[in-house]
Design a protein around this ligand. Structure first.
Ligand code: FPP
Length: 241
């Protein structure tokens, strides 16, 4: 932080629902996975644009708990893309001082992918630049259910008193426990939905729904949205100071 942009009120934490890869591919008469590959290249561009824009935390929705309903070919292709992407980008993240984390339930993910996720988290654990969080097999309701299970266990074990469950203690059980809440949530491709993404965490976030399909979303458009965020009046339920 501390960049000029940050001081002028840009968002510190941006979360993105990267939507529209399938339509982008379809418009080119190509298979959906072609769009996902193009989308992965955009991820790199947006991660690289974070430091100069004062964005310290970037959280991206890569695969939801609902995405398993897609065809077996698409799911397998996406899993293979994630494995390759993490393997290929790991050293680049270290070079760029990017700390990588993953949120979501790993239970349904294959062992090879989980090992790569662990490796990337470990290898970048000393990085102090952008905090990139990739949501993989993530869904807010699933996250809250898993968190509640852990919390209930702590209550049963006498580690937490029911009267101490509140807005401060509950988020400590969420996957995002080490992250600040998002200031800005962007969704591409013209859909105005949040699709089970960071529901608790985004209670006071600003939202931007843009028409651009994710593989066309550029660093320039990202910058424009961040500038526009700086001019918004966030009152968090209060009144203007
Ligand atoms: C939504 O587009 C996109 C996804 C479900 C996958 C997101 C994945 C990437 C951008 C690939 C790379 C990510 C990483 C971290 C390497 P859609 O398929 O729902 O598009 P549609 O709505 O046009 O069908």
């Amino acid at each position: 932080m501390g960049s000029e942009f940050q001081e002028t009120g840009g968002p510190r934490h941006v979360a993105i629902i990267m939507d529209g890869n399938g339509r982008w591919a379809q418009a080119r008469n190509r298979p959906r996975l072609f769009g996902h590959h193009a989308g992965a290249r955009r991820v790199r561009e947006i991660v690289e644009a974070c430091p100069e824009n004062g964005v310290k935390y970037l959280t991206i929705f890569a695969f939801s708990t609902e995405n398993w309903k897609r065809t077996q070919i698409e799911v397998a292709g996406l899993m293979s893309l994630f494995r390759r992407y993490i393997f290929k980008e790991m050293q680049e993240f270290v070079r760029r001082n990017v700390r990588v984390r993953f949120i979501g339930d790993r239970v349904k993910l294959d062992q090879k992918l989980c090992s790569l996720m662990d490796e990337a988290e470990e290898l970048t654990s000393h990085c102090t630049g952008t905090n990139l969080t990739v949501a993989l097999n993530y869904g807010s309701r699933d996250e809250v259910a898993r968190a509640t299970k852990r919390l209930a266990r702590d209550v049963a074990d006498g580690k937490l008193r029911p009267e101490d469950v509140n807005e401060e203690t509950l988020p400590k059980y969420l996957d995002t426990r080490v992250l600040p809440d998002p200031d800005l949530v962007i969704r591409t491709s013209g859909e105005a939905r949040i699709s089970n993404f960071l529901l608790w965490q985004s209670a006071y976030a600003e939202y931007e729904f843009v028409e651009t399909l994710w593989p066309d979303f550029s660093a320039e458009e990202f910058h424009r949205l961040l500038v526009s965020f700086g001019s918004r009046d966030r009152r968090f339920g209060g009144i203007k100071a």
